[in-house]
Design a protein around this ligand. Structure first.
Ligand SMILES: [Zn+2]
Length: 244
């Protein structure tokens, strides 16, 4: 269990989920109401809070947050459960060190997934994923069963993210800050790569040593917090809301 999740109480964890939703919507991760994010309930690794069905990322409230168990069953909260809850429950079951999962359909990641090509470390956001982004290719359908969720978790393995071909991404983090920033960086990495490929192809690349050093710099936990807090302030400004 991550330190952050231990020291937060339920209200703080829910507020962070609400803030994460604002950040993700502002970052263009919404795809109408189809993206979702979860975080484990503090002190209860067998339960997680999740964004409700039928609402956008920027419409999460204390009241509509859904509480689910690791079988994907709703056990509390006011909102409807997303049918793709099994992406979250099965990943959280398979990865005890992970506390937050995001599933979204960001344009550039979906476009790159349609090419079937690997995410390359040809940019700073790309270098965050230099340990690889595997593909889940079983289906283009919604992940609406435990078995399908387990398939996504298996494809993800020990990585930070998995591409669901022609569908979207699942991104994980030890904290909400990590899952949110990685989800945004993955789409940025895919956008840059698509631009480079469209502009004539990838040129000479830096060596694995160079990439490994940059990777270590980019994936420091404090960087996730700094960047999340910035995007949170920016999202509050953009929406005219008062910071809590
Ligand atoms: Zn989906």
């Amino acid at each position: 269990m991550n330190h952050d999740a231990v020291v937060m109480n339920d209200t703080e964890a829910k507020q962070k989920l609400i803030d994460a939703g604002l950040v993700l919507e502002t970052a263009g991760q919404g795809d109408l109401t189809r993206g979702h994010i979860s975080v484990r309930v503090p002190g209860r690794p067998d339960l997680f809070f999740m964004k409700p069905h039928s609402f956008g990322f920027d419409e999460i409230t204390m009241e509509n947050i859904v509480v689910c168990n690791l079988d994907g069953e709703k056990v509390g909260g006011g909102g409807r459960r997303h049918s793709e809850v099994f992406i979250h429950s099965e990943i959280l079951k398979a990865r005890p060190e992970i506390n937050s999962v995001i599933h979204s359909h960001p344009d550039h990641a979906v476009a790159l997934s349609a090419t079937g090509r690997a995410v390359l470390p040809i940019s700073q956001p790309g270098s965050a994923f230099s340990d690889g982004v595997p593909y889940y290719t079983d289906t283009i359908e919604l992940i609406r069963s435990r078995d399908m969720g387990a398939g996504v978790a298996q494809a993800l393995g020990s990585h930070k993210a998995v591409m669901l071909r022609n569908h979207g991404v699942a991104v994980v983090g030890q904290t909400i800050e990590e899952s949110v920033i990685l989800a945004i960086m993955l789409d940025n990495a895919c956008r840059i790569q698509l631009l480079a490929e469209a502009a004539g192809g990838i040129g000479e690349q830096f060596t694995a040593d160079h990439i490994a050093r940059l990777h270590e710099t980019i994936v420091r936990p404090e960087q996730y917090v700094i960047n999340f807090d910035f995007l949170r302030r920016k999202a509050y400004r953009a929406t005219g809301r008062q910071l809590p």
